[in-house]
Design a protein. Structure first.
Length: 251
C-alpha cells in the first residue's frame, strides 16, 4: 500500500523531529534489551498531519511568500530551507509548490551531483517531498501538474512522482497546454514516466485541444512523450512496461 510505503520512508528518514524532548507522532517504547523503539502514535496519520515542526503556512500567507521570494531572489538555498523550517505545522499544496519553485531557483546552474548532495539529502527538502504527496488529494489539477513538473525538474524521489501522477490522473482533461508542457518536460528532465496511463491521458488531452494548442507547445509535449517511451499508436516497449508495472504497485 502507498500509505505504508510512505510511512516507512518517513521513519527511514528519521523525520520524527525531536520537539521539547519528545518525538512528535511517535511513542518511545523501552524494550527488554534496554533499547528504545519508536512506535507511531495511535492517532498519527502519516499522510495527513506529518510529525514535524514544519508546515504551518498556506499560499495566502503573504509574509511566508515574501520571505521565500527574498531568499530565492538571492539564490540562497539555506535561507529558503530556513523559511520552510520556521513556518510551523501545516502547508497546503500551493505553499509546497511555492517553496519547491524557490528551491529550484536556487539550484539553477548546480550540477546533478550538487543538487543530490545539497538538496535531496536535507531533511527539510525530504519533508517538502512528503508534504507534496500528503497535500495532493486536495490540490487542483493545475497545481498538481505544476508541482509534478517542478519535482521532476528537481529530480525528486520516483515514488513522489508516481504518487503525484496518480492523484493527477482524473484531472488531466482539465489541463491547459502550458500546464501539460511543464508536466511533460519535468518528467522528461527526471527521465521518469509514472506509467503509460498518464501518458495516454496527456496525449488524448493534447489531441482534444486541437488548434487551441500553439505549435511550439504541441511539439514540446510530443517530443517529451516520445522521450518518455510513449507512442501515439503505441505497442508496449520494455521501458514502458516496467514503468506501468511499477506504477500499479503504488495504487
Amino acid at each position: 500500500m502507498l500509505t505504508a510505503r510512505i510511512a516507512a520512508r518517513l521513519v527511514q528518514r528519521r523525520v520524527c523531529v525531536a520537539l521539547s524532548g519528545h518525538h512528535v507522532g511517535f511513542n518511545a517504547v523501552y524494550s527488554d534489551a534496554g533499547g528504545v523503539l519508536l512506535q507511531p502514535s495511535p492517532n498519527w496519520d502519516p499522510l495527513g498531519s506529518l510529525p514535524t515542526r514544519l508546515w504551518s503556512s498556506s499560499s495566502s500567507d503573504s509574509s511566508f511568500r515574501q520571505k521565500l521570494e527574498e531568499a530565492g531572489s538571492k539564490k540562497d538555498l539555506s535561507a529558503v530551507l530556513r523559511v520552510v523550517e520556521t513556518a510551523g505545522e501545516q502547508f497546503d499544496n500551493a505553499a509546497v509548490e511555492a517553496a519547491l519553485m524557490q528551491v529550484e531557483r536556487c539550484t539553477s546552474g548546480m550540477s546533478v551531483e550538487d543538487v543530490r548532495n545539497k538538496v535531496h539529502r536535507t531533511k527539510t527538502f525530504q519533508m517538502l517531498e512528503d508534504m507534496a504527496v500528503s497535500t495532493a488529494a486536495d490540490a487542483s489539477p493545475a497545481e498538481l501538474a505544476r508541482t509534478l513538473g517542478v519535482c521532476g525538474r528537481l529530480g525528486c524521489d520516483e515514488m513522489v512522482l508516481d504518487s503525484l501522477a496518480r492523484h493527477l490522473m482524473s484531472g488531466v482533461d482539465q489541463l491547459k497546454p502550458d500546464q501539460m508542457q511543464q508536466l511533460v518536460q519535468g518528467l522528461k528532465r527526471a527521465d521518469h514516466s509514472p506509467g503509460v496511463l498518464l501518458l495516454d491521458a496527456i496525449q488524448e488531452r493534447l489531441q482534444g485541444l486541437g488548434s487551441d494548442v500553439k505549435q511550439q507547445q504541441a511539439d514540446s509535449i510530443k517530443e517529451g512523450l516520445r522521450e518518455l517511451g510513449h507512442e501515439e499508436a503505441h505497442a508496449p516497449n520494455p521501458k514502458q512496461q516496467e514503468q506501468t508495472e511499477r506504477s500499479a504497485r503504488y495504487t
